[in-house]
Ligand binder design. Sequence first.
Ligand SMILES: Cc1cc2nc3c(=O)[nH]c(=O)nc-3n(C[C@H](O)[C@H](O)[C@H](O)COP(=O)(O)O)c2cc1C
Length: 198
Amino acid sequence: MTASNSRTAEHPIDRQFLERWSPRAFTQDTIPESTLLTFLEAARWAPSSYNSQPWRFVYARRDTEHWTRFLGFLNEFNRGWAQHAAAILIVLSKRTFTPPGAATEAPLASHSFDTGAAWGYFALQASLSGWKAHGLAGIEREHIRAELAIPEEYAIEAAVAIGRAGDKASLPEALQKRETPSPRNPLPTIVAEGRFAL
Ligand SMILES: Cc1cc2nc3c(=O)[nH]c(=O)nc-3n(C[C@H](O)[C@H](O)[C@H](O)COP(=O)(O)O)c2cc1C
C-alpha cells in the first residue's frame, strides 16, 4: 500500500497523488513568473477531446498591480485566507471548437472535463515543485466576467490559489482544525464493473 501525508491508498500508486493537497495557510512568499509558467506548462500537456485544448488561464501574482483586483474575484471566506497566497489563477474553458475539416465552430461537450484535467496537471506539477495549488469554486463569476471582459463562449470554471504552505497557526481556529490532508471515499463506493451499482 502507498502511504504518505497521513493518507493511505487502497492500491499502489505514485506517492505524488497522496502528497498533493490543498492547504489554506500560506507563507506570503511571492512566486517568480517562470515558476508559475512551469505549472501552466504542465497543464498545457493535458489530453482533450479532438486535442481542442479548451483551457484558458488568467493570473495575477502577489505584489503586482493586478493582485488586489484578483483578490476581489474571490468570495469573502476564500479571500480571508487566499490573501496570503502568491498567485491567483482564473481557469476558463472555451465552450466551442472547430472540428477537423469544418469551417465553423461547434459545441465542445467536454470543455469542462478537459479543463479539469489541465487543472489536475497544474496542481500536481505545483506539488512536485514544492508549491501548493488550492482550487476555488467560491468566486464572483459575474464580477470576473465583467472585469476581465470574458466573452460568453468561455465558461468561468474556478480559481486557484497558489503559494508555499505556511504555519497553520496563522489561520483562524476553525480553519486550523481542517488544515490537514483529507481522506477519500472507499474505491468500491465510486467504482462498479459492468453496471451502475453505486
Ligand atoms: C473545483 C474546486 C473548487 C474548490 N473550492 C473551494 C473553495 O471555494 N474554498 C475552499 O476553501 N476550498 C475549495 N476547494 C478545495 C477542496 O475542498 C479540496 O480540494 C477537497 O476538500 C480535497 O482536499 P485536498 O485537495 O486537500 O485533497 C475546491 C477544490 C476544487 C477542486
